[in-house]
Design a binder for this molecule. Structure first.
Ligand SMILES: [Zn+2]
Length: 443
C-alpha cells in the first residue's frame, strides 16, 4: 500500500555484538569521547536526535539538524552535535523532527457520567496523545468553575501529557444539554475567579453548544476572559438568526479570541454562492483566531475545499478529540494534519498550525518550539507516501498521497512513544535489559 522511505538506523556490526556478548549494548563510550558530548555545564546529553529534518517555525528552522536534550529541556539544535557521550540517541534520517504537537481542542475529563464533564465522552489524555506526536493537549470546556478542581485532581495532575484547559463559562461544564442551556449558570465572575486561581493551567474561557437566541454565553465568556487576561473560544452552537456569525466575528469577539470549528458549515461559514461568508475574512483581518476543531461533526470537505481555495487556511489545526471523533473520520491530530497536506497546505505551515500558532494563541510562548531552554517536548514523524483515504465528519472520503505517522514522541526529555523502537537498542542474545525504556513494567 505504501513504501516507507526511512533509512535504517545504526546497528552494531555483527562482530562487535559478538565481542560485547553478555555485557551491554546501551552506552559505554570511552571517557574522552564522552567529554565531546558534554554541554556547557559539562554534563553529557540525555538524548540526541540525529540527522532528522527539523521544522521549528518559531526559530525559522527547516532543514537537517541534530537536537540535543538535557535535564528535560532542549539543550541545543545544530547542524552537528557530538552524540558520542549521550545516554540515548535516535537516528532520524529521512524523518521529520518537530516541536511536540499542541492540540488546542480536546475533551479529556472522562468519568462515569454521560457527557463530557466527568463523563464517558471524554478520553484519558496519555492513551491518545503521544501516539500522534501530541505532548500538550488543551481541554476545551469539559469542566467549569464548579468542577474544575475535580478535573485538575483526577486528570491534569495525574497525566504525563501537559494538560491545559479552556474553562467552560457554564459552571458545571459540559454536563449535558439542559445544563448547557442554563443562562443562570454562565456568570463571568466565578469563571474569571477560578481562571485567576489556576493561571498555570487555565488558558482561556469556552462557550459551546448554546442553542438560544441570546448573546449572553458569548458576552460572558469574553467578559471572563477580559477579567483573567485570557482568550475566549466560541463553539457557536445552533445557528440562530438573532445572533448572526457576522456580528460575532466583526463585533463580539476580541482580537486573539478563537472561532472554533471553522470548517463545520453549520453556522453560515459558507454562503449559498459557494464562497466563504465575507465575515470570516473580516474576522481574520481583525485578528480572530480560526481553529479546525474537527470533531465528530465539525469538518466538512464542502467547506474546507472552497475555503482553502480562497486561501483561508486554519490558524490552528486541532482535533476536538473525544470517543466518537477518534473512532470516525477525525482519528488523531497527525491524521487531521495529513488532511491539510492533501488540501495543499505546505508541511511547514501544517506543523506551525499544530505547534507554534496554538502555543501563541494560548499565550504559552515556551511551548511549540525547540528553542534552547524550552521543555524537551519533541515529535518525530515519518511522511509516508502511497494512497490514503481521509474521511470528513459527514462520511465523505478524499484521497491523498502523503500521511504523517508519529514515530517517536518525547515529553520533558523522556521517550513516551516509539512506534518502531528507534530509541531502543537492538536485542541480541544475552543482552542486558535496556534502561529508560518507555512503558510501565510493573504490570
Ligand atoms: Zn469540543
Amino acid at each position: 500500500m505504501h513504501v516507507r522511505s526511512r533509512v535504517s538506523r545504526t546497528v552494531l556490526p555483527a562482530a562487535l555484538t559478538l565481542v560485547l556478548g553478555a555485557t551491554t549494548v546501551s552506552a559505554s563510550a570511552p571517557a574522552d569521547a564522552r567529554a565531546e558530548g558534554k554541554d556547557a555545564e559539562g554534563a553529557a546529553y540525555d538524548l540526541v536526535i540525529r540527522r532528522g529534518h527539523v521544522i521549528d517555525p518559531k526559530n525559522g528552522i527547516d532543514g537537517v539538524r541534530d537536537v540535543a536534550v538535557k535535564d528535560g529541556r532542549i539543550a541545543r539544535v545544530a547542524r552537528h552535535i557530538d552524540a558520542s557521550g549521550a545516554e540515548k540517541t535516535v537516528e532520524a534520517r529521512g524523518e521529520y523532527v518537530t516541536p511536540g504537537l499542541v492540540d488546542m481542542h480536546a475533551h479529556l475529563f472522562p468519568g462515569p457520567k454521560q457527557d463530557y464533564a466527568n463523563g464517558w465522552h471524554g478520553v484519558a489524555p496519555d492513551g491518545f496523545t503521544f501516539r500522534s506526536g501530541v505532548t500538550t493537549a488543551v481541554d476545551t470546556g469539559s469542566s467549569g468553575a464548579s468542577n474544575f478542581a475535580q478535573f485538575k485532581e483526577e486528570v491534569i495532575d495525574k497525566s504525563k501529557t501537559r494538560v491545559l484547559a479552556f474553562l467552560n463559562i457554564v459552571g458545571k461544564g459540559m454536563a449535558g444539554h439542559p445544563y448547557e442551556q442554563d443562562l443562570s449558570d454562565m456568570e463571568p465572575g466565578p469563571a474569571a475567579k477560578v481562571a485567576k486561581e489556576f493561571p498555570e493551567t487555565i488558558v482561556g474561557i469556552k462557550t459551546a453548544h448554546y442553542n438560544g437566541p441570546e448573546w449572553d454565553p458569548v458576552e460572558n465568556s469574553v467578559a471572563a476572559g477580559e477579567a483573567a487576561g485570557i482568550p475566549a473560544m466560541v463553539d457557536f452552537g445552533a445557528d440562530s438568526p438573532e445572533r448572526p456569525l457576522s456580528q460575532l466575528l466583526t463585533e463580539k469577539l476580541r482580537p486573539g479570541d478563537v472561532y472554533a470549528h471553522m470548517f463545520s458549515g453549520l453556522r453560515g461559514e459558507l454562503g449559498a454562492d459557494g464562497r466563504l461568508n465575507p465575515a470570516m475574512h473580516e474576522g481574520r483581518d481583525r485578528g480572530i483566531v480560526f481553529e479546525v476543531g474537527h470533531g465528530g461533526g465539525s469538518f466538512s470537505w464542502d467547506v474546507a475545499v472552497p475555503g482553502m481555495q480562497e486561501g483561508f487556511t486554519p490558524d490552528v489545526i486541532s482535533t476536538d478529540l473525544h470517543i466518537s471523533s477518534m473512532n470516525s473520520g477525525m482519528k488523531d491530530l497527525s491524521n487531521v494534519m495529513s488532511k491539510f497536506l492533501t488540501l495543499g497546505m505546505p508541511l511547514e505551515d501544517v506543523v506551525e498550525a499544530a505547534t507554534w500558532k496554538p502555543a501563541r494563541t494560548i499565550q504559552r510562548p515556551e511551548l511549540g518550539n525547540l528553542s534552547p531552554g524550552a521543555p524537551a517536548d519533541i515529535a518525530v514523524f515519518s511522511l509516508e507516501r502511497g494512497r490514503f483515504g481521509f474521511v470528513d465528519s459527514f462520511g465523505w472520503r478524499v484521497d491523498g498521497n502523503r500521511k504523517l505517522v508519529a514515530e517517536t514522541t518525547v515529553r520533558a526529555g523522556e521517550v513516551v512513544w516509539d512506534l518502531n523502537g528507534q530509541a531502543a537498542p537492538e536485542w541480541h542474545p544475552g543482552a542486558n535489559p535496556p534502561e529508560n525504556v518507555a512503558g510501565d513494567h510493573e504490570h
